[in-house]
Design a protein around this ligand. Structure first.
Ligand code: ADP
Ligand code: ZN
Ligand code: ZN
Length: 738
């Protein structure tokens, strides 16, 4: 092969194609797809990095114009060639340049120096060492004597120990090395981020429900084209045990497993369980690791030195040599969608990787995303349902409190009388409780009683949140100011705080139950490193009776002594302008309710709401996923929303509002022209839910069509249009598939 096709390491639409380079003699026959090379590029032939995606004998342009590859990159991390195809799919489907897509599938940025372990070893027989020892003693060479004596006893010693504990200067070690009495051996070791100290445990015996699911999934795997499997099972029904059983089978075949979890915060408990079952050959990959740790995990995986990789969405790209299974726990979580370009969805990308590499894919959740459940209904995924918990047979008892009725009775407190009674009983019984506040739209904000003006962030179109000590904080950009004395709009001195934040809830609860011990978990109390873990473990250790918090308290963690969950205002997420608002509400409520009665004690849940008839609240109170799904899918079908129809969102942002509006209008005109040919439906442009963040204006256009391929085609047309029109260079564009 004479030429290599190379993707250059510059993300720009105009450079988003392979460039040809000549393969120099010294690299002939050595260049493989996925390798990183240094190449001269552009004016001045500056050296930049590039990824080889193929080699060929056919020149695309006049051969004399083709430049030569400079060298292999010394610090670049290559792409596993199996993942190049996945990157290409991500690029086409979600919208990105190929270099962005390639970087997405490489979870580490650059090579890191290996960690070294130095050992000092005795290099002569015991007899000879004994003779020399006597000699050193006679000559009063005490440091040499101590070193040789220690080596005679131990055979070998770590370098650190010799220089610190034994206090031997390095020069002395070198001198004995020169006398050939000892050897210094340098080994490279992989950094291991897993620090659990747990003993191995026998696997549990699966109960009949679990066994049934495992058998069903294995039966699916026997088929010619096995489908992804979705386990819909209530929290605590034993899904994790099912995953581990499936993984054990895959490992027996000499293959590896990826286990995806929605949040880094859940790593520890997951790792603990997997360590107990599978021992040392598991690892983690996430953004909290040091660059050295990350690189080493990548290498260990690539070389097949570990069997199971656990981590958030980026762990999906672990370069195992023989991937056997991908498991995505808590399938519905929003953290599985990437927030940066390419905005890939982990579930779809996992299915694609499984397809490309012949690996099985299993999803599990108590509340499947409407999209995934729809696919299961259509038979694209195979569905398994488990309705019973392993331990306590009973699901918690749920009551709904209508806050409008409370208001009529004159109760303006955040705590309804029903909830207060339940709290008193729970405390009297010595149990624990969790009070859950939906942060979005519910943190305290400040408004003027005279003119109604809400105090907003000067850089974002959101209200500032009121914090203790009279500080007003923007949760989007971090802007901070003090509470003004008068209304900035009308000058009235009558400002009052509106709504309520976790801090105010704490104040109210402390007043009602002065003897109760309270912990609060929110942005303020978890700022320090491991802040979450500290609060959760304090609560788990029984150091408090009441845990008050936002979304953060809903996930993971088993608290066997929690018998009461109070949801202070269930409906606040319903009024978001997102077609998934009802789905989010249902998921949040179900997960929050699932926190009650995890141990041997039965649980109770109180949902306070202004909208008690809403189907997502009704269905959540009955823990009835199917009822929710039926209503929701009907609503989606009427609106033409996904999954009933495909949708492509084109997000655009710019600091220049007028320019952005104009550019989006032109884009709409272009889409309107396509409309007649493609049958797409174009909605917008309109403002994003938050129309301005950090002084950047944000607009969105939606394109709908039942056929996903049609949308991919439209996206390509839009990409071309934008590339051709210089005016769009001032605008930042992102695509999103829904
Ligand atoms: P999920 O992942 O569905 O929330 P888990 O796998 O965490 O459920 O199971 C809930 C609890 O029940 C865990 O403490 C787990 O160890 C235990 N458990 C699960 N299956 C069994 C079983 N077959 N026998 C005994 N205990 C089990
Ligand atoms: Zn702001
Ligand atoms: Zn005012």
């Amino acid at each position: 092969m004479t030429y290599a096709n190379i993707i250059v390491d510059i993300s720009h639409e105009k450079l988003d194609k392979p460039f040809q380079y000549r393969i120099p003699e010294e690299l002939e026959g050595k260049l493989l797809p996925g390798m990183v090379v240094e190449i001269p590029f552009g004016r001045g032939d500056r050296l930049i990095k590039g990824y080889v995606i193929g080699t060929t004998d056919r020149a695309e342009i006049a051969p004399e114009r083709i430049k030569s590859i400079h060298a292999l990159s010394t610090d670049g991390v290559g792409v596993e060639s199996r993942l190049i195809a996945l990157a290409a799919w991500i690029r086409d489907y979600y919208g990105a340049t190929m270099i962005q897509a390639l970087k997405t599938v490489i979870p580490v940025r650059k090579k890191e120096k290996p960690k070294e372990k130095k050992q000092v070893l005795l290099a002569v027989s015991e007899e000879e060492a004994g003779e020399r020892l006597a000699f050193f003693e006679k000559k009063h060479q005490t440091a040499r004597y101590r070193l040789l004596n220690a080596l005679l006893e131990e055979g070998s010693l770590p370098w650190e120990l010799v220089t610190t504990k034994l206090n031997i200067p390095p020069a002395v070690i070198r001198s004995l090395e020169n006398m050939e009495l000892l050897k210094i051996q340098v080994d490279t070791v992989y950094r291991n981020p897993v620090h659990v100290k747990a003993s191995r445990q026998q696997a549990v015996t699966l109960n009949p429900e679990q066994q049934h699911v495992v058998e069903g999934i294995r039966e699916e795997w026997e088929k010619e084209t096995p489908r992804p499997c979705l386990i819909h099972g209530v929290t605590g029904c034993g899904k994790t045990e099912i995953y581990m059983e499936l993984i054990a089978g895959v490992l027996k075949e000499g293959k590896q497993a990826i286990v995806l979890i929605p949040e880094i915060a859940l790593t520890y408990q997951t790792v603990m369980r997997f360590y107990r079952r599978f021992g040392e050959r598991i690892s983690v990959m996430n953004s909290r690791l040091s660059p050295g740790e990350r690189f080493d995990q990548y290498e260990r995986a690539r070389k097949g030195l570990i069997d199971v990789m656990i981590g958030p969405r980026s762990a999906l790209f672990t370069p195992f040599p023989n991937l056997g299974i991908i498991i995505q726990d808590e399938e519905h979580e929003t953290s599985y969608q990437s927030e940066t370009v390419p905005r890939y969805l982990t579930r779809e990308t996992a299915v694609k990787r499984g397809e490309l590499e012949g690996a099985h894919v299993v999803f599990g959740t108590a509340t499947p995303s409407v999209d995934a459940y729809y696919k299961a209904e259509k038979g694209e995924y195979r569905l398994f349902t488990i309705r019973k918990r392993v331990k306590t047979a009973a699901l918690p008892e749920v009551s709904i409190v209508d806050l409008r009725e409370e208001l009529k009775k004159g109760n303006r407190s955040v705590l309804s009388n029903t909830l207060k009674d339940e709290m008193a009983q729970c405390l009297a019984a010595g149990h624990q409780m969790m009070l859950f506040l939906n942060r979005r739209g519910y943190a305290g904000f400040l408004s003027c009683r005279s003119c109604g003006q809400v105090i907003e962030c000067p850089h974002c179109d959101v209200s500032l949140s009121l914090h203790r000590g009279g500080r007003l904080i923007c949760h989007y950009c971090g802007y901070e100011t003090t509470v003004p004395k008068t209304c900035p709009s009308c000058g009235s001195p009558f400002l009052r705080d509106f709504g309520i934040g976790t801090q105010q809830v704490e104040t109210v609860v402390a007043r009602e139950f002065p003897e109760a011990r309270i912990l609060r978990m929110d942005l303020d109390t978890t700022r320090e490193k491991d802040g979450h873990e500290k609060i959760l473990s304090a609560f788990a250790n029984g150091e408090a009776d009441i845990l008050i918090g936002t979304q953060m308290i809903v996930k993971g963690h088993d608290f066997p002594n929690v018998t009461l969950v109070g949801i202070l205002a269930a409906d606040l997420s319903l009024h978001a302008s997102d077609f998934r608002a009802a789905e989010r509400t249902f998921q949040l409520l179900t997960q929050a309710a699932g926190r009650a009665g995890r141990g041997d004690l039965p649980g109770r849940v109180v949902i306070q709401t202004y909208d008690p008839e809403h189907y997502s609240i009704q269905a959540a109170s009955e823990q009835d996923y199917e009822a929710f799904y039926r209503q929701e899918i009907a609503f989606r079908a009427i609106g033409g929303y996904p999954p009933a129809g495909g949708m492509l969102a084109i997000h655009a942002s710019s600091e220049d509002e007028a320019y952005l509006s104009m550019a989006m209008e032109y884009l709409k005109k272009f889409l309107d022209l396509l409309e007649s040919k493609t049958g797409i439906q174009v909605i917008g442009p309109g403002d994003e839910t938050i129309a301005r963040i950090q002084d950047v204006y944000r607009k969105v256009l939606y394109v709908r069509h039942p056929n996903e391929n049609r949308l991919t085609m439209v996206k390509e047309k839009v990409e071309q249009y934008i590339e051709m029109n210089e005016g769009y260079q001032k605008i930042h564009i992102q695509y999103e598939r829904a």
